[in-house]
Design a binder for this molecule. Structure first.
Ligand SMILES: *Cc1c(COP(=O)(O)O)cnc(C)c1O
Length: 413
């Protein structure tokens, strides 16, 4: 994994020259596009700070990234910034997910939810097109700890879901539960499976063991394709592991979801969908006639500034800078875990992730609410409370949480 870190002046140069290659509504005779720059009464483009602010300048120039820019020729009006999005998709697929020099497709989606729906939609269309399957012959498998965008996608696409259980303490998917799911799916007439693996669940930071699970599926002669949901862990886990089966080196994996607006701290609207070549086409909407290059994405018009924001963050840090930022957060998480161990507090933690999920009997709801820990379920039957060690989680706040925890535990005995 390697990509260079760029200086602010280099980033400015690249973004401003991309914006220059885009259409300028002020200079060109533009009569046909139902688009313009941002309202100039409110967002005036001669604010002096803008010349040092490539992201804000991109917002004001307001490029539309409708369509998919890794595939074919797209709207010439915005080709400058479309190229940045293409570079971003390549960077993620090749560097984060070890895709080597092979080409990939993808786009910047509204979030992890859209990227997961896109992934399941594409695999549904793949089975419908290549196997003449009907929707009731296609099943979606995911674990009970998977994100709720999976049931959302299944309902939206009219597919049956089969949810595997995990063991309470290790959060690992159990073999018997995979076998049960396959059996009941087959009994219901399902022939093809879309399998979603978690590259970190939202609540626990647990990562599905893809080698183990695909071996079980192979033993059962299951026909399946794998999508990996890295919405939470995609900018963490690959930077904390040396050897991983969750990359494009693994031929079983078809696509990934990433989410810039979680760990990367980019603005909302920065999910990423990545897939191997040859699959994006299944989502083609032929009827998108007014879009040059047609449309292959769930969303229509979308802001090019979002791709620029993710690209700028990745290019500012470079791969080494990002790795060391993640290492720092993981060390802070290690320290919190050691402090919990010392107190005999039980929790779940994946050592490659920055989430610590504490069993609810060790923290009162009052204390958990005071520090805004997130429960596994809202209401009375909370089993777990989670801490996510993000950039804003300062050691002082962790320390005072631990002191309050000590006080409340002392008063209990
Ligand atoms: C947050 C999250 C999503 C959904 O992402 P949005 O950007 O909120 O749509 C999907 N999967 C996982 C694991 C997540 O943590």
């Amino acid at each position: 994994m390697h990509w260079d870190s760029y200086s602010h002046s280099k980033i400015k140069e690249i973004i401003f020259s991309a914006l220059e290659r885009n259409l300028d509504y002020r200079e060109k005779p533009v009569l046909g596009l139902p688009a313009s720059y941002l309202d100039s009464e409110v967002f005036y483009d001669d604010a002096p700070f803008l010349k040092d602010a490539p992201f804000l300048s991109a917002l004001i120039a307001n490029p539309n990234h409708i369509g998919c820019h890794t595939l074919n020729e797209s709207e010439a009006a915005f080709e400058g910034t479309h190229k940045i999005e293409k570079e971003l998709i390549d960077l993620c697929a090749q560097q984060i997910f070890a895709g080597e020099d092979e080409a990939f497709d993808g786009y910047v989606a509204s979030g992890g939810t859209e990227a997961n729906i896109q992934a399941i939609w594409i695999l549904k269309r793949y089975y419908e097109t290549e196997f003449e399957s009907t929707p009731d012959e296609i099943g979606v498998i995911y674990s009970e700890d998977a994100h709720y965008s999976m049931p959302k996608a299944s309902k939206l696409l009219g597919l049956k879901s089969f949810v595997t259980s995990v063991s309470e303490d290790t959060r690992r998917v159990e073999k018997s539960s995979i076998e049960d799911c396959i059996k009941s799916a087959r009994d219901a007439g399902v022939k093809h499976f879309i399998v979603v693996m978690n590259m970190s669940t939202t609540m626990f930071g647990s990562v599905d063991d893809i080698d183990e699970i695909t071996t079980w599926l192979d033993d059962l002669n299951v026909d399946y394709k794998v999508h990996v949901d890295g919405a939470f862990g995609g900018y963490i886990y690959p930077f904390a592991t040396e050897e991983s089966s969750l990359t494009f080196q693994n031929p079983k994996i078809n696509s990934f979801t990433l989410d810039g607006h979680k760990m990367l701290q980019s603005p909302y609207g920065t999910g990423i969908y990545l897939t191997r070549k040859g699959f994006m086409e299944y989502a083609l909407t032929e009827e998108a006639n007014y879009v040059k290059g047609k449309d292959y994405t769930l969303v229509g018009s979308r802001s090019g500034a979002n791709a620029i924001a993710i690209w700028m963050i990745m290019r500012t840090y470079g791969s080494d800078g990002w790795k060391s930022k993640i290492q720092k957060l993981l060390r802070k998480t290690d320290r919190l875990c050691a402090d919990l161990d010392q107190r005999g507090v039980e929790y779940f933690r994946n050592p490659q992730m920055n989430i610590v999920t504490i069993k609810s009997q060790f923290v009162s709801a009052k204390l958990a609410n005071e520090y805004m820990l997130v429960p596994d379920a809202h209401g009375d039957n909370v089993k777990w409370w989670k801490i996510v060690v993000m950039e804003h989680v300062k050691q002082g706040v962790i320390d005072s949480f631990l002191m309050d925890l000590d006080l409340e535990r002392k008063s209990l005995v």
